[in-house]
Write a protein that binds this ligand. Sequence first.
Ligand code: RRO
Length: 313
Amino acid sequence: MVSTATKIAQKKFDNCIMNASGVWCYDEKELSALDKSEAASFVTKSGTLESRKGNPKPRYFETDLGSINSMGLPNQGLEYYLNFVNKVQEQNPNKNYFVSCTGFNVQEDVLLLEEVKKSGFKGIVELNLSCPNVPGKPQTGYDFETVDMILQTVFENYEGLLGVKLPPYFDIVHFDQMAKILNKYPLTYINSVNSIGNGLYIDEEQEKVVIKPKNGFGGIGGDYIKPTALANVHAFYQRLDSRIQIIGTGGIKTGRDVFEHILCGASMVQVGTALMKEGPSIFRRLTRELEAIMRSKGYEKLSDFKGKLKYMN
Ligand code: RRO
């Protein structure tokens, strides 16, 4: 018997595949569809203190190899997501859920987490430190001192289970520096990676950008980013204390991609662009494909291969 079950912070999930925040999680209708699918769980769109309309459309575009987006954090406000997830949690006491949130400064992060606490939410919070698309706001995850200060302040004020969504890093020194900061805090997990920020996709015939905000610059997802995502998952797997788990996100569209993320050290994986393209039925296909790979290799459970990437001598 092959099992794709996993645990995050001792909470059990009967599968290891779920949505990435921002995809199929904007409102109750989308979240309910995920809840009914074979996804292990769901995470909401990152909620802010007030609801937001986001950037002007078109703000998402699919390419053969992935996607580009500059959504600009459209969301219903954190309160909406907490109310919905708490309701779903009551109906499904054996499932575990994630709520994503993001403030525009550390004071807002603290207020958001107070709201989480007050709501009685029993799941896991994902603090998004890596939105690439709000004009004039740099990605927090690239400012190491600010990440350190935010985590210090957040953990002085919040005792629940909390992970962070990180941008991709591209330099070994940055993996070292960021891991040193992350290891100081009682994080439940890190999620690597958010989209690769500020790419540019061009319609060659029209000689024109394909999304309106920021003159066409946007976060890149899909096939383009799998090698970067795998590198980030594995770099942090090598450097983080084993108490901090890893959720792998980036370029997953087949069971093989899921397998590779887990081989690099992920305990759970999230699907963004491919979920957008295929819809929630993708979770059934990915699960069957992962099971087939595990069966063919004689693996029964994720721990048989998790983090066991081999190097050359
Ligand atoms: O809403 C967005 O534009 C967005 C966010 Br918050 C994020 O974290 N990652 C992304 O690719 N888009």
